[in-house]
Design a protein around this ligand. Structure first.
Ligand code: GRF
Length: 196
């Protein structure tokens, strides 16, 4: 892969951004993957603090900025190849879907198609899993299309849900799966595409 140009990944997050940080750290010594910028839709999102620590420029783009092409312009200025949603809550607008066909990947904290769709995010997902007395939950990594949580599934991993588990217990197990698998799946997809 000596002469292959580096692949540039934009990370999008709405909140804490612990997955985003875990992904950047995983690729720290990877010669072919770079993170030119991080986008958040809230100024107060903790991901901005993490971005500073990681030395990656981060920008706040509002919902309308995603819809009116401001985000797209920024991503193109940074020559971004792939977009990874790591806890990003806004719907991805058509302008991004068209500019990055099959190049936008999301992680969902449940086993899709169960517990997906509008309103199914963060703690709501884990509360629903416990309320439905599910015996397992997990993660789904998938391509993003025009409908929430409906794009082609790339990878799933499961964890048990015990009768005594609280939504917080399930969230902790799911986060652990996210940290373990998300960076490696990104590497397989992104670097696989690089060598094709
Ligand atoms: C993760 O559970 C992710 O699957 C979901 O939002 C959470 C984000 O956590 N979409 P963090 O901001 O990466 O800590």
């Amino acid at each position: 892969m000596k002469n292959v140009k580096a692949c540039k990944i934009a990370l999008l997050a709405s909140g804490s951004g612990s997955n985003a940080e875990n992904i950047v750290r995983y690729f720290e010594h990877h010669p072919k993957v770079e993170f030119p910028l991080i986008l958040a839709n809230k100024t107060e999102a903790f991901i901005h603090e993490r971005a500073k620590k990681l030395n990656i420029p981060s920008y706040t783009i509002s919902k309308s900025g995603f819809e009116n092409g401001e985000a797209l312009q920024l991503l193109q200025q940074h020559s971004v190849d792939w977009i990874i949603l790591a806890g990003f809550l806004l719907k991805i607008p058509d302008n991004l879907l068209q500019a990055f066909p099959n190049k936008i990947i999301n992680i969902h904290p449940a086993l899709l198609p169960k517990f997906g769709g509008k309103g199914m995010y963060g703690s709501h997902v884990h509360e629903a899993v416990v309320a439905h007395r599910e015996t397992e939950s997990g993660i789904t990594i998938h391509y993003v299309n025009e409908n929430y949580d409906e794009g082609l599934i790339i990878f799933q991993a499961k964890c048990p849900v015990l009768p005594a588990d609280s939504p917080e217990d399930v969230a902790a197990k799911v986060h652990e799966l996210e940290y373990r698998h998300f960076p490696a799946v990104i590497e397989r997809v992104v670097c696989g595409a690089l060598t094709r």
